[in-house]
Ligand binder design. Structure first.
Ligand code: AMP
Ligand code: MG
Length: 283
């Protein structure tokens, strides 16, 4: 038997290793301080950009199958501090995929009917239908992050939510949705630079709100809230990943690989063909 490793198998093994290294393991201690936001994962910039295209090509194949099969869906949750690159990640890893199979939902400060329901109401309504990849730009996690840090509700209320969230995500998993969660880990220094860039560049200024500075002042409290959310809600079925986010090209490739890893595990299959189609001559 040949022991030669095919390039495809080697790439898959490398992806598995990377994904494993970024995963938050349920029940294990987590030190966010030990996750370097500036890490390169051993990649070089130009090679990483080229590899992103290869990874995306494979995601494209699997997305087509997922869409055609219409049995399962995938939900990718992106959470991060301001300017960590949630929008950039979405733009970079989804460009070129079939837009009909992707749904991006952004969650802002709740208003109107959202306020008149429980905090999962708007989120459940936005979960991906069978065949779809759904991306959450912020999510139900805001209800244990900003809501906790800014004390919008008392501790007795937010502290119960970790269990709700776990149960909610388990429901999604049980009913056919693969749930994958990425925390884009940007450093405080890099955030300052990016916020300054938003202020300085008239084309980017619309992204900046004065309130961003208030959140920035609460950095340690947010880190604590992220830590608790990641530790308490990372499960085998709905894992969290800590993605280094100070370098956009690292962040993009890492998230793309995590997405690919989970799509591969879903093994989407094209639906069975009608009998008699193969070999048919269309006249
Ligand atoms: P952005 O994503 O930068 O457009 O900003 C959206 C803002 O909405 C952020 O400041 C979030 O913290 C805030 N937000 C999102 N969800 C909630 C929520 N459930 N409660 C309070 N604020 C929220
Ligand atoms: Mg913002």
């Amino acid at each position: 038997m040949s022991t030669q490793v095919t390039p495809h198998a080697a790439a898959r093994a490398a992806t598995n290793k990377l994904v494993e290294s970024l995963r938050v393991h349920a029940g294990k201690p987590l030190s966010l301080g030990q996750h370097d936001p500036d890490a390169t994962c051993g990649w070089q910039k130009e090679e990483a950009k080229a590899e992103l295209e290869t990874v995306k090509a494979r995601i494209d194949v699997l997305q087509r199958r997922l869409f055609a099969e219409e049995k399962h869906s995938l939900l990718l949750v992106l959470q991060a501090m301001d300017a960590a690159g949630k929008d950039g990640t979405i733009r970079n890893i989804l460009a070129g995929l079939n837009p009909a199979g992707i749904e991006v939902s952004s969650f802002r400060v709740p208003g109107g009917p959202e306020m008149q329901h429980d905090y999962l109401w708007r989120v459940h309504a936005a979960t991906p239908a069978k065949g779809m990849i759904g991306i959450f730009n912020r999510s139900h996690y805001e209800d244990v992050l900003v809501v906790r840090v800014k004390q919008f509700v008392p501790k007795s209320v937010w502290s119960r939510r970790y269990e709700h969230i776990k149960a909610f995500e388990q429901l999604l998993t049980d009913e056919g949705t693969t749930v994958v969660k990425c925390y884009l880990n940007v450093s405080e220094d890099e955030q300052r630079e990016r916020l300054q860039e938003r202020v300085d560049d008239p084309e980017k200024r619309w992204k900046f709100r004065m309130g961003d500075l208030d959140d920035r002042k609460l950095w340690p409290k947010f880190q604590e809230a992220y830590h608790d959310a990641l530790v308490r809600t990372s499960t085998d079925d709905a894992p969290w990943y800590v993605v280094p986010a100070d370098r956009n090209w690292v962040r993009n490739l890492a998230v793309a690989k995590i997405l690919l890893h989970h799509l591969e595990a879903m093994k989407p299959k094209l639906p069975p063909e009608e009998e008699g189609i193969a070999g048919l001559v269309v006249t």
